[in-house]
Design a binder for this molecule. Structure first.
Ligand SMILES: Cc1cc2nc3c(=O)[nH]c(=O)nc-3n(C[C@H](O)[C@H](O)[C@H](O)COP(=O)(O)OP(=O)(O)OC[C@H]3O[C@@H](n4cnc5c(N)ncnc54)[C@H](O)[C@@H]3O)c2cc1C
Length: 416
């Protein structure tokens, strides 16, 4: 189905009776050229680009639950490319460019909103590091601006500028950063991939792999055996569980990250803002709720809910930046299982078994990467060779030491 103004008008007059399904839910065929495991943002984007860019016409996405219920529908919707390292910026900048044209290429309203991402700093040392990051972004083709306090005051007069402990000294702004409606991204990719002939198979869990002479032959699923030539694994927080079926131990830990939404308010915050003296980020959804988050809970878990201590910590950080937050009621919270890698950067690579490919280690920054990850993973699966933007995202880097540690935290997954 094509979404356009005329269709909207006709359906408006027709009591909305003529809308077709966004995608067809089908039973699996016996064989596919390529199976993508995981119907989150990355798996669906991979399937879409496999069909649209690499002309792979016999592809299925196997999702153990329903589309959109994993991290792709649980995140705080922030997109940006404000990275420091040369191994990361070009990849995330490519992703931002794909976001900019996404709705047109999917024919789906994903509410891409480039409302700006502002990282606030509170010390002279932090100003230096943010300036360095901004320069690195500009050198790599991304946009960045350093703002002084007066410029921030004009944008957000209600912040606590003179907090004795955390005075605001300025900020690094990426105007092209912003937010995208997260579940619409999943539905949009599923819709567009399905239109190109990709089978979207929900409630189909991959239980095991069948391997012969070190080469994949198919997968056992809750809907029976499906044979295939190639398999792409894009299961985010479940990566360690899935790859353990191949006796692999990944350099990944699973942790829970929470998100919080307040009651609906009149427009308050026009963009995305991060607090530099704690871990707190906030934006406002189109429905008026303040959407915010902070650190992961810090212990290994597969639970999709977190604990109250983190909630308290996040709200404290929020009120240190924006005291008026204390008057606002919290409406709901939830959690998602994060695939935290040892250096905080992702893995998009082949594994030791022929024709199985891995996409994992997104930590809590994988939503913004969705389009580029899908594109580059599709390139790897289809051509068998890495796209130049992911040539550093190898599994081997954890053996040879060429890690990509954006935060400089060392091998501490819970600190990235
Ligand atoms: C609270 C929260 C806030 C976040 N905020 C941001 C943000 O603001 N910006 C940002 O860039 N990132 C953010 N993230 C991170 C981002 O959401 C994830 O990194 C990204 O969504 C992971 O990729 P995915 O969408 O493919 O994952 P998912 O949507 O989790 O997809 C993986 C899918 O695999 C399926 N699966 C697992 N095992 C199997 C199996 N055996 N067989 C079949 N299917 C299987 C799961 O059911 C799931 O649907 C946030 C995450 C959370 C939880």
């Amino acid at each position: 189905m094509n979404y356009n103004f005329l269709k909207l008008l006709i359906e408006g007059l027709n009591n909305n009776k003529g809308w077709l399904k966004t995608w067809e839910n089908v039973n699996p065929k016996k064989y596919y050229d390529i199976i993508v495991i995981g119907g989150g943002g990355h798996g669906l984007a991979t399937a879409f680009y496999l069909a649209s860019e690499f002309k792979e016409m016999n592809v299925a996405v196997l999702e153990r639950g329903d589309i959109g219920l994993g991290n792709v529908g649980r995140n705080t919707t922030i997109i940006r490319s404000n990275y420091l390292l040369k191994e990361n910026i070009p990849f995330y900048e490519f992703s931002l460019k794909l976001w900019e044209g996404l709705e047109k290429s999917l024919n789906y309203n994903a509410m891409v909103s480039q409302r700006g991402v502002l990282n606030i700093f509170h010390t002279d040392y932090q100003r230096d590091t943010y300036t360095r990051r901004g320069n690195s972004m500009i050198l790599n083709g991304a946009d960045a601006e350093l703002l002084n306090v007066d410029e921030i005051k004009r944008m957000y007069p209600f912040f606590d500028y003179d907090n004795a402990r955390f005075p605001i000294k300025g900020g690094l702004l990426q105007r092209r950063g912003g937010t995208v409606r997260h579940d619409a991204v999943a539905w949009g990719y599923a819709h567009a991939a399905n239109k190109l002939g990709v089978d979207i198979i929900q409630n189909c869990e991959v239980i095991n792999f069948r391997i012969k002479k070190n080469k994949v032959e198919g997968v056992d699923t809750s809907k029976g055996y499906i044979s295939c030539k190639k398999v792409g694994c894009a299961v985010a927080g479940s990566s360690s569980i899935l790859l353990s079926k191949l006796n692999m131990q990944l350099p990944i830990e699973s942790h829970v990250l929470q998100a919080f939404v307040s009651e609906s308010l009149k427009p308050v915050i026009s963009g995305v803002v991060t607090f530099g003296a704690g871990h707190f980020y906030i934006s406002q959804s189109n429905k008026g709720g303040l959407v915010f988050g902070g650190d992961i809970d810090g212990y290994n878990s597969y639970a999709q809910r977190g604990n109250l201590a983190t909630l308290e910590d996040v709200c404290e950080s929020g009120m240190a930046l924006m005291p008026m937050l204390g008057n606002c009621r919290l409406l709901r919270t939830w959690g998602g299982t994060m695939d935290m890698s040892m250096d905080g950067s992702p893995i998009i690579d082949k594994i030791h078994i022929k024709n199985i490919f891995l996409n994992a280690g997104w930590c809590y920054g994988g939503f913004k990467a969705t389009p580029a990850s899908g594109w580059c993973f599709a390139h790897l699966i289809s051509n068998g060779k890495p796209h130049k933007l992911i040539s550093n995202y190898t599994l081997n880097r954890f053996y040879d030491g060429s890690i990509i540690d954006e935060k400089g935290q060392g091998a501490q997954p819970n600190l990235h």
